[in-house]
Design a protein around this ligand. Structure first.
Ligand SMILES: CC(C)(COP(=O)(O)OP(=O)(O)OC[C@H]1O[C@@H](n2cnc3c(N)ncnc32)[C@H](O)[C@@H]1OP(=O)(O)O)[C@@H](O)C(=O)NCCC(=O)NCCS
Length: 195
């Protein structure tokens, strides 16, 4: 299927037992297996909610979301921490900031690395922003991104490394990916950047 066609015509559907997941394969065995083996159970337990990305009748990818909080003290960059503290008029260092976590996001191998992931991520972020405007106090989006997806989140989609020095990670990224492409990094995005 043509990528431009998918960009125009994909939709989100909440995962059910009736969806056929058998042909799905992304670039991470863990994420492929999670969808096939665990996503529905976790959803029934209310630990994750999985939305499938579907175009016509084909499964293109999925995203699993859950709630999260960011302890203010964990924001490494002092400027950013002070900024957020001032903007939100926070006095206590112990304050936790409300967030939604992208537990997992994957695009089928056939369609990845062609710009679709960024397009879909943007749509997910705007859906979360709508939630923040209509339903619940919510300011940040978090993700524990794999090293191999670091550039996808940080370079291309405005996420910030919460705990580590981003410049240092960037310098060492190739080595980190070679050593363990699925090493995770805690990343976040302030929904304010979408305004
Ligand atoms: C991470 C993932 C969701 C991104 O989706 P995607 O569709 O590949 O995303 P994009 O195509 O927008 O961007 C991915 C890369 O393709 C490149 N790309 C985008 N459009 C391109 C094009 N037309 N031609 C060639 N490359 C392109 C981007 O520059 C980006 O490169 P980089 O991140 O290495 O710098 C997907 O690759 C995936 O499922 N990976 C396996 C699972 C995973 O790691 N998930 C993240 C952990 S939560």
């Amino acid at each position: 299927m043509d990528i431009e066609y998918i960009k125009e015509n994909y939709r989100f559907e909440t995962l059910t037992k009736d969806h056929d997941l058998s042909n799905f394969e992304c670039d991470s065995e863990d994420l492929t297996n999670f969808l096939k083996d665990d996503a529905l159970t976790q959803q029934k337990r209310k630990l994750n909610l999985t939305k499938l990305i579907i175009c016509d009748d084909e499964l293109i990818g999925y995203v699993s979301l859950l709630t999260d909080t960011i302890p203010l003290k964990d924001i490494r960059d002092e400027e950013t921490r002070k900024d957020i503290k001032n903007q939100l008029n926070i006095t206590s260092k112990k304050r936790k900031l409300p967030a939604i976590k992208i537990g997992r996001l994957a695009i089928d191998k056939k369609y990845s690395k062609q710009g679709l992931g960024s397009e879909i991520l943007m749509s997910i972020l705007f859906n979360i922003k709508n939630l923040a405007e209509s339903s619940v106090g919510l300011r940040f989006v978090t993700v524990e991104g794999y090293a191999k997806a670091y550039n996808f989140y940080v370079e291309h989609n405005n996420f910030i490394n919460l705990k580590k020095d981003d410049m240092k990670i960037k310098e060492e990224l190739d080595i980190i990916i070679e050593r363990n492409p699925e090493q995770t990094f805690y990343l976040y995005l302030d929904l304010k950047v979408l305004e």
